[in-house]
Design a protein around this ligand. Structure first.
Ligand code: ATP
Length: 482
């Protein structure tokens, strides 16, 4: 990782803390590993990300509906889905540093290192062997690769490795109040299964016709081996998933469809397309016949934000066998009963949040008369910004605060607004730049006379005098996507 990028990432993390976006969980007790809380501004941004996703998936698609299923589910669900037996990551301990790593990540990092040094032959050779061993779940093979390629522990710098072992990522807990009768259940590691087990309920009550989708936003829990990179890899996180049920044999057509639709969604938020790429999976999950990641170039490199998976009929068939009930669809067009195939789109809310902040964070030099000042600004897409407008009375007297609050009252039902009367206007602008607020509206002595205000745009810093009754229209225009 280039030092400069590492720097940007550190700055984003401290910005999150300083401006009320993200706090370490249980901070007064020194925190809890890989668990975070969203603060007063972060929770607004997170809510807007979820709303933008929900609207584009559920509201704009007639054949997609949304649900909200429980986190607690019958333990047999995770047996049927394969998570009890195979939701594992290969882990390896370094005996000197006592640090634990994911073996696959150590190897992937090594491939990247080879590529950066121009050793593409070595990278190819390692990639081929890695794919083979992952496919065969050959743990000894993975260990040998780590040894042969002289991969060292990033902390101790040694090659004193223990054997590679499988580690199940599901959290379990006791369900029920009576200790004798309590059952062990799992905190869901993905929201998708809540959709599969409700497939018949939704299909019947919604009279859904294939192809159709069921979407859901909700918490998921994974006991990640290595929690790192801030909210990139958390033990409690949130997913936005959509399962699209299709006729068997048509899944690849829909897989391509959703691959391109989801990339369009990302680009609609104005991120430079060179920051995104597709990455085909080396090892397919136990349920998939095709899978691709949408990766974004974070300051620490390209990493997955979203996965598009062709899950076949694996999940519905497994549940059908486990619960002994038919999970089928009668297709009137071809007069046939079948278990539908599924194409899934699965994006992490928290990774999308981190992407938005990394992409938005800028430090700029700005002219201030003869001097050059600097500002930190978040160029968050206005539609996602925590606040759409901040309202400032020029001074805290002469009726300007009252007039400002009256204007805020006309806007606040439609937009999340902030009122600020403290400090000089310049300082107030800086505070809003740091939160990513697209508009600052200043009420001054002329306002009472000409019913107009000064509106200042975040990115260009241009100021304009506009009539009060045009404010809503101007903000609306800015919220339109390009
Ligand atoms: P990774 O390879 O990074 O562990 P994954 O392939 O296991 O991710 P999926 O099971 O496909 O991830 O989950 C779908 C999405 O959920 C991911 O694209 C990511 O955005 C998000 N996600 C998965 N695990 C985590 C986590 N521990 N913390 C935050 N987000 C996560």
């Amino acid at each position: 990782m280039a030092a400069i990028n590492e720097d940007v990432f550190k700055k984003v993390i401290s910005h999150c803390k300083e401006y009320g976006f993200v706090f370490p969980s249980s901070e007064i007790y020194d925190g809890l590993g890989a668990v975070y809380d969203y603060g007063q501004n972060g929770s607004e941004l997170k809510k807007n990300i979820k709303e933008y996703w929900w609207k584009s998936m559920v509201q704009l698609n007639e054949n997609i509906v949304g649900i909200d299923s429980a986190i607690f589910m019958h333990p047999k669900i995770w047996k049927a889905s394969g998570h009890v037996d195979s939701f594992n990551d290969p882990m390896i301990d370094n005996k000197d540093s006592k640090k634990r790593y994911r073996a696959d990540e150590l190897i992937e990092d090594q491939i990247e290192k080879y590529l950066k040094k121009g050793k593409s032959d070595k990278a190819d050779q390692l990639r081929t062997m890695f794919a083979q061993y992952m496919e065969a779940s050959d743990l000894e093979g993975l260990k040998n690769l780590i040894v042969e390629h002289e991969i060292v522990c990033p902390v101790s710098g040694t090659r004193n490795w223990a054997n590679v072992r499988q580690f199940n990522l599901m959290f379990s807990t006791q369900f029920g109040s009576d200790a004798d009768e309590a059952t062990e259940i799992y905190l869901r590691p993905e929201t998708a299964q809540g959709i599969f087990v409700n497939f018949m309920n939704v299909q019947k009550t919604g009279r859904m016709k294939i192809p159709f989708g069921i979407a859901q936003i909700g918490k998921a829990f994974r006991n990640e081996i290595v929690a790192r990179q801030f909210i990139m890899r958390m033990r409690e996180f949130e997913q936005m998933e959509m399962q699209f049920f299709v006729r068997p044999g048509e899944e690849m057509k829909w897989y391509e469809h959703w691959k391109s639709e989801r990339m369009k969604w990302h680009l609609s938020l104005g991120v430079d397309s060179s920051k995104y790429r597709f990455h085909d999976h080396v090892k397919l999950a136990h349920y998939a016949n095709a899978a691709v990641d949408i990766e974004y170039e974070f300051p620490f490199g390209f990493k997955e934000v979203e996965g598009i998976h062709s899950r076949t009929d694996f999940d519905l068939k497994q549940h059908q066998a486990m619960c002994n009930k038919k999970l089928q669809y009668f297709d009137p067009e071809i007069n046939q009963n079948y278990v539908p195939y599924v194409v899934e789109t699965s994006i992490g809310v928290d990774r999308m949040f981190l992407l938005t902040l990394c992409n938005a964070y800028k430090e700029e030099k700005v002219a201030n008369g003869d001097k050059v000042d600097s500002r930190t600004v978040l160029n968050i897409p206005p539609i996602l910004a925590p606040y759409k407008a901040a309202i400032f009375p020029l001074v805290k007297k002469d009726g300007l605060p009252e007039k400002s609050r009256a204007i805020m009252d006309t806007l606040k039902f439609k937009y999340n607004c902030l009122y600020d009367e403290k400090d000089a206007i310049g300082k107030r602008y800086r505070r809003q730049d740091a939160l990513g607020t697209p508009y600052c509206i200043t009420i001054d002595y002329d306002t009472a006379a000409d019913s107009s205000v000064t509106i200042r745009e975040r990115d260009s810093m241009q100021q304009e005098r506009v009539p009060i009754d045009k404010l809503s229209e101007i903000i609306d225009k800015r919220l339109e996507l390009k």
